[in-house]
Design a protein around this ligand. Structure first.
Ligand SMILES: [Zn+2]
Ligand SMILES: [Zn+2]
Length: 258
């Protein structure tokens, strides 16, 4: 039997041994679906095989799996079928597509299917980040942080973003710049000043938040100090508390409204 002929299985039965598809994986599968919307490729199609392999790499980079082949081509093919269910072009004639594989398919469809440019940018950023993971010192490894909601763009870009925010070199450079121009470290959203409030015990305390939209992140790209903003710990926590991370403007608006 050739290697690539695996017994057909539904994504729901394969999910017994494998974790449910992550948001990153669904984003990548949706991108492939939209490219072949008119006529879905078979599990033997080069792009289906490639995505299957890439998902193995992604799963390993994130520490979701130790197996490079945990999403086989058949699983990818089935996932494309799952997306059909949400495609208005497909179901308008009364066809239904495959049964639902997991609840996030619909969410990902609704969020990205009508924003092809944003989707393409996110896919490109996820792919290059995973490919560069080893070279960058494996920023994708690690645990999810309690106070950080995984962004709509998925885990890979969430982790890349956080790695940049925690870069000691960048944080120190940003603080130095702010001190040189304002003589103090103040939250750009609410004006909180740790030193003013806590005295010497609050010296030098402020969070640094990376304000660039996640879909514009690329590994190896230099972070500019203008891309960083100073936030107090509370404001920073609020920014990352929902899937759609707040911009500085949204944060300020929320403060004003409250
Ligand atoms: Zn603040
Ligand atoms: Zn942040």
């Amino acid at each position: 039997m050739p290697n690539d002929t695996q017994p057909p299985q539904s994504t729901s039965s394969s999910s017994q041994s494998n974790p449910a598809w992550s948001r990153d994986e669904l984003i990548l599968a949706l991108d492939l679906y939209l490219k072949h919307r008119e006529s879905l490729p078979s599990k033997h199609h080069a792009e289906v095989q490639e995505l299957s392999q890439f998902l193995g790499k992604l799963g390993q980079a994130l520490g979701i799996t130790s197996s490079a082949s945990f999403r086989n081509p058949n699983g990818v093919y089935m996932k494309l079928g799952n997306f059909r269910r949400w495609d208005p072009d497909y179901i308008k004639d009364g066809k239904t597509g495959l049964a639902k594989g997991n609840k996030d398919e619909e969410v990902v469809w609704n969020e990205f299917a009508t924003s092809p440019n944003r989707l393409a940018a996110i896919v490109s950023a996820i792919r290059s980040t995973v490919e560069a993971d080893a070279q960058l010192g494996n920023p994708l490894h690690g645990d999810d942080e309690l106070d950080i909601q995984e962004a709509a763009e998925g885990k890979v870009l969430t982790r890349l973003h956080r790695t940049r925010e925690r870069s000691r070199k960048l944080v120190e450079a940003k603080k130095k710049q702010a001190l040189a121009s304002h003589g103090k470290l103040v939250c750009e959203a609410c004006g909180f000043d740790f030193f003013k409030r806590y005295g010497a015990a609050g010296t030098g305390l402020i969070d640094v938040h990376h304000s660039r939209p996640l879909h514009t992140l690329e590994p190896g790209q230099k972070t500019r100090l203008e891309d960083l903003i100073l936030l107090c710990a509370n404001c920073h926590r609020v920014v990352h508390a929902s899937r759609h991370w707040l911009s500085l403007e949204q944060l300020k608006a929320a403060l004003q409204k409250a």
